[in-house]
Write a protein that binds this ligand. Structure first.
Ligand code: PXG
Length: 288
């Protein structure tokens, strides 16, 4: 396996970063999870826009311009001969000293890993997931905006530990006001009263690329949709629920906090959107 690291393609064993890298010492950096389908990278420009926005938000100077980063992603896929892949793109503040001060990090570290995707079992898509609301609240936007896809994922990891302990694969996280925010690595949608609803991102959720794609597909399919705050009550009384993310794509949720959602089976709107999403990932994307 070849890893792109600071401008060079190196073997996995040689792909190492310093113990003084502030990405490791402080979670000071940004990242993306991107996917390639059959030799095409899905929504690559959107992922790179988000990465650059996250970097701007934390005042991290990127080592390359957006065209250069795009080239690095494509070079990594070619070097590994991968047509279907999960791509992890990471930019850290770089190597500094033991203090917090980013001025001690003269140059950002960047690496790209392209690996095979580990997916939920097919059964999860046909039968749906069971998830639970956890006590860990999503980061407060006034402290660390969840729209920044930073390397500091401790908030989500604490929620994931709770999910593990409950024996469920994902956790629903609320924001500080108690509204539903998102899951640890996925955005959340419900269908209620025939309308597709997802929480707004400004109050505590990542601007998911899959989330945006689903809202776009819904418009094309004449499914009324809206980004609005809702509570657990709206989930419990919804007809359908599903999660979205690059790794999971769209995955139905049939049980939340031990309650069946709707009929307790993946619903028709979810299944229609899953089909439309799969068709789209086959059709578009930046060729490798
Ligand atoms: N919310 C959060 C907090 C995320 O980290 C998403 C939503 C979905 O966004 P996209 O753009 O992928 O539709 C993410 C996705 C994993 C994993 O292993 C997922 C993510 C990051 C790291 C790991 O599932 N991000």
């Amino acid at each position: 396996m070849k890893i792109w690291l600071d401008g060079k393609l190196v073997e996995k064993e040689q792909a190492v970063v310093s113990v003084f890298d502030h990405g490791l010492l402080y979670g000071d950096g940004v990242f993306e999870g991107i996917r390639a389908y059959n030799g095409r990278v899905f929504r690559l420009d959107e992922h790179l826009d988000r990465l650059c926005d996250s970097a701007r938000a934390i005042m991290l100077k990127m080592p390359l311009d957006q065209a250069g980063i795009k080239q690095a992603v494509l070079d990594t896929l070619r070097a590994n001969g991968l047509k279907d892949a999960y791509i992890r793109l990471v930019v850290t503040r770089g190597t500094g000293d033991l203090g917090l001060d980013p001025r001690k990090c003269p140059k950002a570290t960047m690496f790209v890993i392209a690996d095979r995707i580990s997916l939920y079992p097919e059964e999860a898509y046909t039968k749906g997931l069971t998830v639970a609301t956890v006590s860990t609240r999503r980061n407060l936007p006034v402290a660390l905006d969840p729209r920044i896809k930073s390397l500091n994922y401790l908030n989500n990891i604490l929620a994931k530990i709770e999910a593990n302990n409950y024996g469920v694969p994902e956790a629903i996280m609320l924001n500080a006001e108690g509204y539903v925010a998102e899951c640890t690595g996925d955005n959340l949608f419900i269908v209620r009263g025939g309308r597709l609803l997802t929480p707004p991102t400004a109050t505590g959720a990542l601007e998911g690329i899959t989330r945006a794609t689903v809202l776009e597909l819904a418009r094309g399919l004449n499914i009324p949709s809206s980004e609005e705050n809702f509570n657990q009550y709206e989930i419990y009384t919804a007809e359908e629920c599903f999660l979205t993310g690059t790794a999971a794509e769209l995955i139905p949720v049939v049980t939340v906090d031990t309650r069946p959602i709707g009929t307790g089976k993946p619903g028709p709107v979810t299944l229609k959107l899953i089909d439309a999403f799969r068709e789209l990932t086959r059709r578009e994307g930046t060729p490798v």
